[in-house]
Design a protein around this ligand. Structure first.
Ligand SMILES: Cc1cc2nc3c(=O)[nH]c(=O)nc-3n(C[C@H](O)[C@H](O)[C@H](O)COP(=O)(O)OP(=O)(O)OC[C@H]3O[C@@H](n4cnc5c(N)ncnc54)[C@H](O)[C@@H]3O)c2cc1C
Length: 461
């Protein structure tokens, strides 16, 4: 008996391309607001759109929410706080507060800890984050479709998106929407829809990715404040000829003091530039290299760091952490200078209190606004969520409209929550007023955000 070769088999052996037969896609549903991606921006966007009464769908390629915060094992919120003239205070509220309260109720939220004595960050457990985010979105009435990989769009002739095409275990399907919010981190939806974007620093590189990992079995008493000692141990080891992927290791305890997170690896291409998180082959190589580097650094910690002798790797997360890929070129690009000068904008929708944190080759470079002379945060203008050339799309999170430098700051969770909440609310305001996203009354958006607990940073100079 001869087996039939699958259609296209012979062509695939020789040709560079094969033609995929046209097919009709089942429509999975029709929504007022469709959010692609369930990281901090997507969670906040879906929560605010549904909270305003909009029929909202969130699509996520994994089986859980949290984005890099869970899928890449980040386990730490930055940018929730700012150093306001010497007073470190929380400056991102609204949906972020609702999520933090749920993580805390599950026992998964650390107290905020100081960062260089200038601001705070706040660690959390991934399991608690995932469960808290489910609870938040279901409570708001969001439809969630997990294991759904966004794969393309169907456009109308007038530059509006008609449908998002999605791959699922039940097959390929279309989701119709009136408003779309790209929270994919990589600007996937914006790129498919034809919105202009930039990729990395314009010279072929990006902020370098990191494979996070967590250790358990640490002796907290012996470890003490080991995060202060580990950089010195690394320098001593380098003098003996050891090499590390980068300086600026972040090795800190989680809620359970026996468990610590490690942020030190760095994934490069063969030419030394940053690995590209939108390239399938590079991603694949990066996962393997990330795990190799994690094992090597664990070996060093176990041997040399106080209290780490009996530790073991409890988690290497589902994916390498991608800091930067596409950033849309929207109506306004938030710049590094905006961050350092604590810029104000009339269309503020929230604030960023995190400094420039540049993951360059082999190191992390920090640049802060003047502390305590400045208010320590910049406004995030609504225009940075508005892409060019696509009418019913907003882009929030690390792929919003920022320069390479500006993104090194406002990509962290705090600003992503703020942008996401603003995007979900703006979609609602546009639908309510039957206007385009670029034409909404910004003061109506700001009033609604404030009524929902967001902080817009207009009370401090
Ligand atoms: C190693 C590392 C360490 C970091 N450390 C910190 C830190 O300590 N504190 C901090 O606050 N921030 C930190 N950050 C930054 C922060 O985690 C991210 O910038 C932030 O999560 C971005 O949020 P986002 O919602 O824009 O995108 P993401 O968190 O990237 O979320 C995007 C979501 O979209 C999904 N998605 C993407 N494409 C598709 C598609 N085509 N179809 C369906 N789903 C899709 C992804 O699975 C993901 O869930 C770190 C980042 C990295 C990589």
């Amino acid at each position: 008996m001869t087996r039939r070769q699958p259609q296209g088999y012979h062509e695939a052996m020789t040709a560079k391309y094969i033609r995929e037969p046209e097919r009709r896609l089942p429509v999975r549903g029709e929504y007022e607001v469709v959010v692609l991606g369930g990281g901090p921006a997507g969670i906040a966007a879906a929560a605010s759109a549904a909270g305003a009464g909009r029929k909202t769908l969130l699509l996520e390629r994994y089986g859980f929410l949290g984005g890099m915060g869970t899928a890449a094992g980040v386990t730490n919120f930055c940018g929730l706080h700012a150093n306001v003239h010497g007073d470190i205070r929380q400056v991102v509220h609204g949906v972020a507060d609702e999520l933090l309260a749920r993580i805390d109720r599950l026992g998964g939220l650390n107290a905020p800890h100081p960062v260089f004595g200038k601001t705070y960050a706040q660690a959390y457990d991934t399991a608690a984050y995932k469960c808290a985010a489910d609870d938040l979105l279901l409570g708001k009435g969001v439809d969630i479709l997990f294991h759904a990989l966004g794969a393309g769009v169907v456009m109308e002739p007038d530059d509006t998106i008609r449908a998002l095409v999605v791959e699922t275990k039940s097959g390929r399907a279309a989701v119709l929407g009136r408003m779309f919010i790209d929270c994919s981190g990589d600007g996937d939806l914006a790129a498919w829809a034809g919105a202009p974007f930039e990729h990395g620093d314009g010279a072929g590189s990006m902020l370098y990715p990191t494979m996070m990992f967590r250790l358990n079995g640490i002796d907290p008493a012996a470890a003490g404040e080991a995060w202060k000692v580990i950089p010195e141990l690394m320098e001593a080891a380098e003098r003996r000829g050891m090499r590390f992927p980068r300086k600026g290791a972040i090795v800190r305890p989680q809620k359970n003091p026996m468990e610590w997170r490690v942020n030190v690896t760095q994934m490069r291409r063969p030419d030394g530039s940053a690995l590209d998180g939108t390239d399938a082959d590079e991603l694949s190589a990066g996962e393997i290299e990330g795990r190799r580097q994690a094992l090597a650094f664990f070996d060093f910690l176990k041997r040399e760091a106080p209290g780490f002798g009996n530790s073991y790797i409890v988690d290497i997360p589902p994916q390498i952490g991608i800091r930067e890929t596409r950033r849309i070129s929207g109506r306004y690009q938030l710049s590094g200078e905006d961050v350092l000068s604590c810029a104000s904008f009339p269309d503020t929708i929230g604030v960023n209190g995190w400094p420039l944190e540049k993951h360059v080759a082999g190191d992390v470079e920090w640049q802060w606004p003047p502390i305590p002379q400045s208010r320590g945060f910049n406004h995030l203008p609504y225009r940075m969520l508005l892409p060019q050339d696509v009418r019913n799309l907003l882009v929030a999170g690390r792929c919003a409209s920022m320069t390479h430098e500006g993104q090194s700051a406002a990509r962290v969770s705090g600003a992503c929550f703020a942008m996401g909440q603003a995007a979900g609310t703006a979609a609602h305001v546009a639908l309510a007023g039957n206007t385009g996203l670029a034409d909404i009354a910004v003061d109506a958006l700001q009033d609604r955000l404030q009524a929902d607990g967001a902080y817009l940073g207009r009370d401090v100079e």
